[in-house]
Design a binder for this molecule. Structure first.
Ligand code: FAD
Length: 385
């Protein structure tokens, strides 16, 4: 279908398709198996100008927006969403600076992200603060010209690999979520170390680690926005980044659909290709319809976010929720269509099914997305009265 992509977006799609086929496909199985991050792929992303798609040209980026990021992440995720995630998670880490950074902060940090010199990461989650983000216990105490950070962040994507971290910490423990603030913390700052690398079900080429802060002192200029605005920074960041997760999910689903169609045409049973059986055809038809519906929603929401619309929380949550539910259902059906072979590691659909699951969990579980959607619906209705 023609989604009215710009010339630039079509170019991004084509570059990503080629990169995914030539550079990612041959290594995806190895890095999935090894649970290792393919650092060498970063130079390929940088050379293809994929690191600063959503960053202003003033800071060395391509001057695009969320839609450009979505096109890239979808295409790369068709082949390996674990590897593609390094770009999407960098966007998650960089968006707080894009949205709330001062000129100096943007100049200092976004230029490095845009050129592909380094990755970024976003640190909100803690052992006792997942969906309940307001419960974070990490603290930031102003001491002269520095904030002193103490606490541990859990399950941070790009952890250890990224150079730049945007991290939520409490500057006032008495104020709940209104007492949180967001800080930029660089790898290598004394008192900032990394915990164990997680051994995950899927997206295994992506690094997921703890961030440990022990009397870590950072300049007070590294505060993003104002003190107490951390929760707002996080929520606006998620509104902007969730279409990226949706694109990851969409890419996984589209990749699995392609595999299922191709397999169904070559696998023969009862003397015929299995694609000739109506039972299989109906599954393929439903899978393809879900993928197309997800694509239409994700693209439209990405454009809505780029339009500068004031409140995009509901639409952003819808895109993330719907595309990730589609990814889980389509990958599960793809495994079914490949039968026993689908369950084996020699075909990529079992990896796609494992990779799909996380898209229903991170950047807010799909239960939380449904809450966001419903609360916005209720607010909108109340405003009408
Ligand atoms: C691989 C991976 C990478 C991640 N990357 C990052 C990252 O880069 N940065 C970061 O900050 N975090 C990251 N996370 C954390 C992720 O965002 C959280 O796991 C997620 O928000 C859910 O939190 P939780 O796991 O503590 O689940 P919990 O909040 O404990 O939820 C458990 C279950 O209860 C449900 N639940 C909780 N509250 C409600 C409610 N109010 N209503 C209905 N149901 C509810 C949930 O939906 C879920 O099903 C990552 C996690 C993983 C696994």
């Amino acid at each position: 279908m023609d989604y009215g992509l710009t010339e630039e977006q079509m170019m991004i799609r084509d570059v990503c398709k080629q990169l995914a086929e030539e550079k990612i496909k041959p290594i995806r199985e190895h890095y999935d198996e090894a649970n290792e991050f393919p650092s060498e792929i970063l130079s390929a992303f940088a050379q293809a100008d994929l690191c600063g798609l959503y960053i202003d040209e003033k800071y060395g980026g391509m001057g695009g927006g969320v839609m450009d990021l979505v096109v890239a992440v979808e295409e790369l995720s068709k082949v390996c969403s674990g590897i593609a995630l390094s770009i999407a998670a960098t966007a998650l880490g960089a968006f707080p600076i894009v949205l709330f950074g001062t000129d100096e902060q943007k100049e200092k940090y976004l230029t490095r992200v845009a050129t592909g010199e380094c990755l970024a990461a976003f640190g909100l989650t803690e052992a006792n603060a997942g969906s309940d983000a307001g419960a974070i216990a990490t603290t930031a105490v102003l001491d002269g010209d520095e904030y002193v950070i103490n606490g541990t962040k859990q399950w941070i994507t790009n952890g250890g690999e990224a150079e730049i971290y945007t991290v939520l910490a409490k500057t006032d423990k008495t104020k709940g979520s209104r007492g949180a603030s967001c800080f930029i913390i660089e790898k290598g700052t004394p008192g900032f170390t990394f915990g164990k690398k997680e051994n995950k079900m899927g997206i295994r080429a992506s690094s997921t680690r703890e961030l440990i802060f022990q009397d870590c002192r950072i300049p007070k200029e590294n505060l993003l926005g104002r003190e107490g605005a951390g929760f707002l920074v996080a929520m606006k960041t998620f509104d902007t980044s969730r279409p990226g997760v949706a694109a990851q999910a969409l890419g996984i689903a589209a990749g699995a659909l392609d595999e299922a169609v191709a397999y169904s045409r070559q696998r023969r049973q009862f003397g015929k290709p299995i694609s000739s059986f109506q039972g299989v055809q109906f599954m393929l038809a439903d899978m393809a319809t879900k993928v197309e519906a997800a694509r239409a929603l994700v693209y439209q929401v990405a454009r809505h976010v780029d339009s500068g619309a004031k409140n995009v929380s509901k639409e952003s949550a819808m895109a993330k929720m719907y595309a990730s539910d589609v990814a889980m259902s389509v990958t599960t059906d793809a495994v079914q269509i490949l039968g026993g072979y689908g369950y084996m590691k020699e075909y990529p659909v079992e990896k796609m099914m494992r990779d799909a699951k996380i898209t229903q969990i991170y950047e807010g579980t799909n239960q939380i997305q449904r809450e966001v959607i419903a609360l916005n619906l209720i607010k909108e209705d109340a405003r009408k009265k």
